[in-house]
Design a binder for this molecule. Sequence first.
Ligand SMILES: [Zn+2]
Length: 323
Amino acid sequence: MRKEDNKILAVDLGGTRLRAAIVTASGKIIKEVNRNTNAVKGPQYILDNLFNALKDLLKICNLDPRNIKAISVAVAGAVDVNEGILTTSPNIPGLINIPLRKIILKEFGIKTFIENDVNAAAVGEFIYGKAKNVKNFVFLSIGTGIGGGIFINGKLYGGVDGTAGEIGHMVIKDKGPRCKCGNRGCLEALCSGSAIEREMIKKLRKHKITEWMKFDKKRFHLISAREIGEAAAKGDKLSLETINEASYYLGIGIGNIINIFNPQMIVLGGGVSGMGRLLIEPAEQYAMNIAFKLPAESVKIVQSALGNKAGILGASALSEYIY
Ligand SMILES: [Zn+2]
């Protein structure tokens, strides 16, 4: 069988969405399904939902499981890669110490790989994205939370247990806002989508009024980072202030990454990075203020072009390029 004919069932299991796709070994997505994770319904529902998505894909494409080379799962959580166990997942509560690889292997009889979703997205960037053939780079996913993936000398850096790359939990502001992880002042608690929303709501409560006021007080909690970005792009002052504060902390985080890793590239992905220039340009300036001269001159800060496909594509490449 030619390599091109190899098909992989790739999954990106996040706190909100479950995406699954049949992908060729050269990164072509043949068919994709996209469902709600419904994390609140508990572990059994999440696993059944995942199994059904994979079975539906096989059925839709009329594929025999024997023709599938691997199942590769990128999941939002801390993964023991060697054992194939999802140890914990702050965004999918209830999935604690789940032997995901064993469970999937038992159900489908297909070789299975499990990886943290941001690490998988970094692999996607390395194989198919902006960091193609870039041996030393850091991928930063800025969404509801913040995750990181580190490539050193062309290899995903996992650390001793495979848990390395928790850049979102680098403490930036001592005694800062409480983070989901329990610490205070993590990068994630200062410039993730949820941090931007939290700060915007605080400002709205204080100022009562904004030029962009389509939400009444009772609906403040529904404001999304994307809407704040849109309002800022239209010139809303409070939204701009909020995003500039987030940029400041993001810049400190990026500056630290530059000084520690001396990477050739930093790729910014995740939904919040979609704000683009508004968020990234000031962050770059702040980063350059604290970065040392030589690594600052070498690094390129770019926005991912794979968008929300990075996880699926990266997962599909795990069997081929990483393990
Ligand atoms: Zn944290």
